[in-house]
Design a protein around this ligand. Structure first.
Ligand SMILES: *[C@@H]1O[C@H](CO)[C@@H](O)[C@H](O)[C@H]1NC(C)=O
Ligand SMILES: *[C@@H]1O[C@H](CO)[C@@H](O)[C@H](O)[C@H]1NC(C)=O
Length: 411
């Protein structure tokens, strides 16, 4: 097992990852003014490991992760999200996911959902709201991909023994959260519990009935809304709704939300502690890249992670490597939809709370916080740490591992 994991790490290290290197360059550029001047930097390199009081430099943390610097085993070393000099692929291999806290961000099933191409030896792991519908379509149209579920040992064997490439796409966490909420809100509206839905769309009805207790803790979300038309009136221009099938164009037109929907969103963010998403679309991204509690949160053997905001470019890179031809007009541009609540009205306080909710993704995907979430008061900012923990491997054997953990300032 240890040998398999080591091989997994090696694959992660050597994997080609354009997204990471672009991101790294960006991080280096912004680091100088934020952290220190050049002279000071040089001194730090020679004498001290941390940037300022108790915040460590990403370079040193990265060296420790790679074993080039020894880790002081009784310490918890604090560092900033996105400051590491390693890729997201490598970062996620060292991520510690608290299985109690994040339990509801996982399927409780044995197998993970993927799209597999036997022909080109590619496995795509989908993460909802991160270019997943367009990616599944690319897999289907150009890679002979098939949707399936794979047990952990199967997925590991494909990647580690048969040299399959396991890829995924991740998206800017804050931007994704807005989309996640928007979709979750639509899916969990009380209109799905109506008699006509029960008759005409029994699967949607059943989904709603079995999950509605999760949304019941936020009673203000659907206040004054009984039907889907009540909801549409809050975001869709009147002239569209008056046309036949005009509601289909609502998502392409800018929202008319005058803050009624945004206020509900902000109240939800204030009340939500991030542990019990009321819909699957609100699950974080990292939980899709590690196995669930049945394998003690061990990382998937991911080979490469691409930027979901540039999904077409990512797919062209993958196609190029695998000898697949995608015609110039061969990819859809995702479902381009504007959001139903008015994102422009979201306050900075709300954005900072969202960053807290998303701490795991920022730390374990090595993504920088948005400026609005960088705080002068470092105790109210999301932070990451490197620490040694006794963890269990996929078979339940305990061992000591130096892991990355995310921290939020609220409890
Ligand atoms: C992903 O691509 C978007 C759009 O080009 C860009 O703004 C963003 O910074 C990229 N994300 C990362 C982590 O590089
Ligand atoms: C594994 O796949 C990569 C490309 O995806 C290829 O370069 C390499 O030769 C393959 N290795 C083996 C042992 O098949």
């Amino acid at each position: 097992m240890a040998a398999l994991e080591l091989l997994g790490c090696l694959i992660a290290v050597v994997s080609i990852w354009m997204f990471a290197s672009a991101h790294r360059q960006h991080a280096q550029l912004t680091e100088v003014p934020t952290f220190s001047n050049a002279h000071h930097r040089q001194q730090q390199r020679q004498h001290v490991l941390y940037v300022d009081d108790k915040i460590y430099r990403g370079e040193e943390i990265s060296d420790m992760i790679r074993g080039a610097l020894s880790f002081p085993s009784d310490h918890q070393l604090r560092f900033r999200p996105g400051s590491l000099a390693i890729s997201s692929v490598e970062t996620v291999q060292h991520c510690y996911v608290d299985m109690n806290l994040y339990k509801e961000h996982f399927d409780q099933l044995f197998a993970v959902q993927v799209s597999v191409s036997e022909k080109y030896k590619v496995i795509y792991r989908n993460i909802p709201k991160s270019a997943s519908s367009s990616s599944r379509k690319v897999m289907q149209d150009y890679f002979d991909g098939k949707d399936t579920r794979m047990k952990h040992y199967q997925l590991n064997a494909y990647v580690l023994k048969q040299n399959y490439t396991l890829i995924s796409f991740i998206r800017d966490p804050l931007d994704r959260f807005y989309s996640s909420y928007d979709e979750a809100f639509l899916r969990m509206g009380p209109w799905w519990g109506s008699e006509s839905v029960a008759k005409e769309k029994p699967a949607l009805y059943k989904h709603y009935i079995s999950n509605k207790h999760k949304v019941a803790r936020y009673p203000y979300l659907y206040e004054g809304m009984k039907t889907i038309d009540d909801f549409r009136k809050a975001y869709c221009p009147k002239n569209l709704l008056e046309q036949k099938d005009g509601h289909l164009q609502c998502v392409e037109s800018d929202t008319i939300d005058d803050s009624s929907l945004t206020r509900r969103f902000e109240q939800f963010v204030q009340d939500y502690d991030g542990s019990k998403p009321f819909d699957n679309h609100l699950r974080l991204q990292v939980p899709f890249l590690v196995y669930n509690f049945r394998s003690n949160g061990a990382p998937l053997p991911v080979s490469a992670i691409y930027n979901a905001s540039e999904a077409n470019a990512g797919w062209r890179t993958i196609a190029g490597e695998k000898g697949v031809i995608i015609p110039n007009d061969g990819m859809s541009h995702g479902r381009k939809s504007s959001r139903r609540f008015n994102v422009d009205l979201v306050s900075d306080v709300t954005k900072r709370k969202i960053c807290q909710i998303l701490a795991l993704d920022y730390c374990c995907l090595n993504l920088e916080l948005p400026d609005v979430c960088k705080s002068a008061d470092k105790d109210s900012e999301v932070y990451c740490s490197l620490e040694q923990k006794t963890v269990k491997d996929q078979k339940g054997e305990q061992y000591d591992k130096v892991v990355i953990q995310s921290h939020r300032s609220y409890s």
